[in-house]
Write a new protein. Structure first.
Length: 175
């Protein structure tokens, strides 16, 4: 009996956390409309949000398959955050999103060049989706890791040959 109570309280906490998150961005998530649905039906607003997101994801999947879903995930949120960082005075945001777009571009080129291999990799688009979320997620900021560990050491010798890399700001470490 205590496990049922624990489950109810943890699901109630999850709904409460999701409701708090949705309320922070009322115009983006149409929070007022969700609250109207909640008052009309008695079901929590986050439930409607999850149902709408699931329905939209299903339609997108049916229209474009997993490639479209992974491409939208790797583009929409980073584009939104890049637009926000343009108006921000925080230069670390600029560096993070510029780094993301460099890694994104290189990964897109590599995927296009190796497109004949994509069909042979099981769950390729799931892995791609996870990789891009890891790249842009604020807690992991994987784009900085990929840039400093793989892209920069590979490209820096070529940039120095053209006189670009030297002691300029291009050598600043992005993490």
């Amino acid at each position: 009996m205590s496990s049922a109570t624990t489950t109810k309280s943890s699901s109630a906490k999850s709904l409460e956390r999701m409701d708090t998150f949705l309320s922070k961005y009322p115009s983006l998530f149409q929070y007022e409309r969700l609250k109207e649905l909640e008052s009309k039906t008695g079901q929590p607003a986050p439930l409607f949000f999850v149902l709408i997101v699931t329905a939209l994801s299903s339609v997108l999947y049916l229209l474009g398959g997993p490639k479209l879903l992974s491409d939208l995930t790797s583009f929409l949120y980073p584009a939104y955050m890049s637009f926000k960082s343009i108006d921000s005075s925080d230069r670390s945001l600029d560096a993070q999103w510029l780094t993301y777009w460099v890694v994104f571009g290189l990964a897109s080129i590599a995927e296009t060049c190796a497109s004949f291999l994509v069909g042979g990799i099981p769950l390729y688009f799931v892995w791609k989706l996870g990789f891009f979320v890891w790249l842009w997620h604020p807690k992991t900021m994987g784009a900085g890791v990929v840039y400093t560990q793989a892209v920069r050491p590979f490209l820096l010798p070529y940039l120095e040959e053209f006189g670009v890399g030297g002691g300029s700001s291009s050598q600043k470490k992005v993490a």
